[in-house]
Ligand binder design. Sequence first.
Ligand code: NAD
Length: 508
Amino acid sequence: MTDSANTTLDPAELEVRNPATGEPVGTVAVTTPDEVTATVRSLRTAQKRWESLGPAGRKDWLLKLQDWVLDHADELADSIQAESAKPRVEAEVEIAFTVDLLGYFARNAGKFLADTHVSPHSPLMRVKKLTTAYKPFPVVGIITPWNFPLGMPAADLIPALAAGAAVVLKPSEVTPLTPLVLARGWQEIGAPAVFAVVSGGGDTGAAVVAESDYIQFTGSGRTGRRIAVACAERMIPYSLEMGGKDPAIVLADADLDRAAYGIAFGALCNAGQLCVSVERVYVEAAVYDRFLEKLVAHVRELRVGRDDRTGSFDIGPLANEAQLAIVSRHVDEALAAGAQALTGGKPTGTGTFYEPTVLVGVDHTMSCITEETFGPTIPVIKVTDENEAIKLANDSIYGLSASVWTGSVSRGQRIARHLDAGAVNINDATINLFNFALPHGGWGQSGTGYRWGGADGVRKYCRKQAITAPALPTQKKEMLWFPYDMKKFGFMRGAMRAMSARGSRRFK
Ligand code: NAD
């Protein structure tokens, strides 16, 4: 990373700008595909030692990185704010999230990666001891978007390293600076050279897909599909987390204050640029007016602006002009089709700020309800009852997460089972993301595979190996080995029938 300023930009460099002011905050050299190849080659070599350290050895390095992150929290938060201009609290949350993830996976990977033993499926196989062992993919390629410059890379990097894989990370070209700070931290603690950051756009990302043994991608559906095709060509596994259009359902028995505060937070934190952001709200008719009144009053209180280290603003800018254009289009199309903005409804200030916006009079023909907005908008729809809310909530190509706001947790539990979403929060929003023991993954066009969570979050970066071993002293020959003999086979068949068939078929 070099400081930029007024020098002419080399095409082989990325210029990073603060979206609140447009001012340049740094430049980064673009990694060429050949350099990606060389990087992956050296990661592949270093990975062998990393794997051989075992979970206990790797835990030490991950906890040293945790110390480093805590000791460099201000530098990391400054870097996040420089390239995203998000409020200080949101930058600090990324650091807390990273620290928490490091502790969780460092301390639990040993348990998650331990051999597992299962009982044979049939008494005939009791002569075998069965083991599943977990062997890491040598090099995991991680490709991330711009909404959390530290949190996004950390979410995938940490479980992959804990699994024993080496990682080549290709962060978004919009926010490439903070991942380089983290990579510097990995070097400064003296950890094995199994984590490298490569910088650039689609060409660099494509080179990562071409060289790695497993791909973890987060970003748009369009790019996700291209990556899936490229991985299929190479026959390598992948996991994709793509967009979302997460519904919130507010029922008449809900605590309306909590629902209004929680939905405003779920929809507007990170200026709505969060994969599990609340993107549409269905409210039972009986409480529609009262809920809207509370929601609009709260949204109007929020402070929009460029934050500094004091944390005096709630809503930061959108990541770039392209994102501002998407949000503006969704709102403008809705307004042109007869919707109303009860508050907000347009860009504000300099840079890429957009007013937090509550829309009513919207329906399922409008882009603000059907497409991922990824911005500070809250479209609200009145429904007659729970059934209509569920039907409309499920009327989407996406299925990342959802929330249900109700006075009855058991009612919320029941409704959750009817929602087509990878996660459901009852009387809360986005909180599934911070519960690392749960799976995190999208249904439908929101993705394939699960991004992290519990034992599977580490095991996904491993190939499973099935091992059979004799549980008893062995004979010179097994009954079914050559030469074939119908009598011996008949005995085996009889035993199999007796043990697994039903009724009189057991004894034929
Ligand atoms: P994107 O899909 O264009 O980029 C995501 C990452 O993929 C970046 O690192 C990019 O350089 C890389 N990439 C692009 N082309 C590639 C290729 N051919 N091979 C490999 N890597 C490639 O997404 P974006 O421009 O960052 O955001 C666009 C939209 O995606 C947003 O408007 C939003 O709807 C959605 N998004 C979703 C999430 C989420 O968390 N689910 C996060 C950010 C953005």
